[in-house]
Design a protein around this ligand. Structure first.
Ligand code: UFG
Length: 315
């Protein structure tokens, strides 16, 4: 297929673009490089630096769009909500208009667990209430809502994948954020000597050891789900799938696995809660397993951390 990958110079987008090229698809990456890296665009893909608001000729002759380009920092979204509404919702609506004008009728969209907010139960099902607690999650939920409407109105075919905590690496493709807020890369940066210690945000949550519990999914497993979603997109329908490994690990458990993998003592400093963190977020991925035949191939946290460590340290 001829495909447009927005945000294909970012972490998840570059891994999916690489897998699409490997599968024989013709890939164009559109990325404004505001957070991505040009050298993350895989060999074999065409790269166009630009905005999703003006995709122009990048949509010519395209069979489907995989849409990753977005602002994705929860804390930044609370401090500057307008940025999130304009990029994530405004930018996506402009992209959808441009797709409509060009007759491109299929999209796979990066949604998030942040659409659910504080869950009532665990694991979370796609039918559970969506009550985002920050503008990042709200802007992604608004896009999901628009996709449902456009499927009904215009016959668009859409699949939204709601990512839980993505980690790990795929070959040379790894997480490289200028501002790193995510737990696993921050813990591993202590082992490389880039940081002195890791902060544990909150030790009084109602979990087994008092620290937050998350569902970590390997980026290569997450990426494979996009290829399955692409095959499954049906014009006139919008499907939503959660994507996680189905098991929860606490912050302390993650740090402990990072210690085992790196052989570094990794000092941890216990601190107060970070605003807006739910105690536990674990996905039920039963729907995507049932409907698309997806299965995590590297669900073990040790494998996820090992692959992230190998890409970061070169070991
Ligand atoms: N944490 C620490 N220390 C750190 C970094 C994180 O203790 O240095 C804790 C956080 O408080 C949280 C857990 O580790 O309890 C995981 O934090 P991350 O920042 O790695 O991930 P989040 O669960 O906050 O965020 C992820 C995605 C978001 C998405 C969100 C859904 O990265 O894009 O899940 O709630 F919105």
């Amino acid at each position: 297929m001829r495909l447009l990958v927005t945000g294909g110079a970012g972490y998840v987008g570059s891994v999916v673009a690489a897998q699409l090229v490997e599968a024989g698809h013709e890939v164009t990456v559109l990325d404004d490089l505001s957070t991505g890296h040009a050298d993350a665009v895989p060999e074999g893909a065409r790269f166009v630096q630009g905005s999703i608001s003006e995709p122009g000729d990048t949509l010519a002759g395209v069979d489907a769009v995989l849409h990753f380009a977005a602002k994705s920092l929860v804390g930044e979204s609370v401090a500057d909500p307008g940025l999130y509404w304009s990029h994530n919702l405004g930018g996506t609506l402009a992209l959808l208009e441009a797709m409509h004008e060009r007759g491109v009728r299929r999209i796979v969209f990066s949604s998030t667990a942040a659409t659910y907010g504080e869950p009532e139960r665990s694991p979370i099902l796609e039918t559970d209430p969506t009550r985002p607690t920050n503008p990042y999650g709200a802007s992604k939920l608004a896009v999901d809502t628009a996709l449902t409407a456009y499927a009904g109105l215009r016959g668009l075919g859409a699949v939204s994948l709601r990512y839980f905590n993505v980690a790990g690496a795929y070959g040379r493709y790894r997480e490289r954020h200028a501002i790193e807020t995510h737990l696993i890369p921050n813990v591993l940066k202590v082992a490389t000597g880039e940081r002195e210690s890791v902060s544990v945000f909150g030790t009084d949550y109602p979990t087994s050891d008092g620290t937050c519990v998350r569902d970590y999914i390997h980026v290569a497993d997450l990426a494979r789900a996009h290829l399955l979603a692409l095959e499954a997109v049906t014009e006139g329908a919008h499907a939503i799938y959660n994507l996680g490994s189905g098991a929860g690990f606490s912050v302390q458990e993650v740090i402990s696995v990072c210690r085992e993998v790196t052989g570094h003592e990794i000092p941890a400093v216990l601190g107060p809660r970070r605003d807006g963190d739910p105690a536990e977020l674990v996905a039920s991925s039963a729907k995507i397993q049932r409907e698309l035949g997806w299965k995590a191939e590297r669900p073990a946290l040790r494998d996820i951390v090992s692959d992230a460590w190998a890409a970061l340290s070169g070991k």
